[in-house]
Design a protein around this ligand. Sequence first.
Ligand SMILES: Cc1ncc(COP(=O)(O)O)c(C=O)c1O
Length: 411
Amino acid sequence: MKSSNQRNFIDKESIFGPDNYKPLPVVLSRAKGVWVWDVDGKKYLDMMSAYSAVSHGHSHPELLKVLHEQSSQLALTSRAFYTDTLGPYLETITSLSNFDMALPMNSGAEAVETAIKAARRWAYLSKKIESDKAEIIVADGNFHGRTTTIISFSSDANSKNDFGPHTPGFVSVEFGSAKAIEQAINENTAAVLIEPIQGEGGIIVPPENFLPDVREICSKNNVLMILDEVQSGLGRTGKMFAFQHSNIQPDGLILGKALGGGFMPVSCFLASKEVMQWLTPGSHGSTFGGNPLAAAIGKRSLELLEEENLIENSRVLGDFFKNALIDIKSNVIKEVRGKGLWIGVVIDPNYVSGKDLSKLLLKEGILCKETHETVIRFAPPLVITKEEIEWALEIITTTLTQIENKANISK
Ligand SMILES: Cc1ncc(COP(=O)(O)O)c(C=O)c1O
């Protein structure tokens, strides 16, 4: 599969960069819409979308236009000055999500850090929790990023071990159990921070009453309910925000990935004025957060999700794709789960590892990747068509049949 041309690029990455990723053996050089090409010109269907960051498809022409126009007009100023792009972007994102205010950042992890800082300030200055005692309740199996504080409350040993000392102030409880959250709350609890559907944890959808119950518990105890929708947000699950499936409104919301339209890191933390009021000058910031280019891209990315019916496409084609995967009825598949165009296929490791299945699909022209060894994630750009999904389904079905036949012969 690897040509000497590809080998050369792969070798360079491993010689001059640390081994903190284990990429599939393909070297990409070009993309358009849902398709990407490797350096040898072979074409692949992107079912990864850069972990859901390319929801609009690669090089969306409208966003490319914004990128060109805004970068030739005004790209970067820092927040030392006002710009004519940030205000309109903040207005758009807050009215869309029903929050008072948004604090712009760049990466998802930075926005999570922002949420943690905002929750702690609110806890000390509004809720009057004793100094340095604030606690945030998180969920087992969470993924919120890779900074030192965030990995402090990860349950994944590999991302946590030998990076200590860890930041205190976090309590982790079972994901999907509102009761566990209620039992963990005490007078020092500032916030509950969870993903509405755990993405990196393996596309784990909690019981239907989980979010409404957590909402009620948080309100009853004066605890902030903060949702990390860096991956689940912006149409990925078939609603603008995953929390809308439960008809609730959280107190804080973290967005990222697709907010950058597949071009650049754009993230933010949204909350009420009551929470945001304590972020005073100098208490938090970022040189690049809310820069004119990011603001223009962020605004247009949000608008396009609705203008181009991408959320509805995610809902309708997500259902179609999920049901078709269930219908394959292969012994290799143990479970199919997810919402919208965000599907996890749990495979039986007795037949094939997630990594090997990803490699087999790569060979056939589908880019996807395993999460947690036995779950294959399918998260194509939301601009994908039914025909393109049907094309992928044929390949997936044939590949699974071949794996099963091979296993039966060797029995
Ligand atoms: C739910 C969630 N939060 C935060 C992050 C971190 O985002 P970033 O990689 O942009 O820092 C991720 C990344 O996958 C994520 O899935």
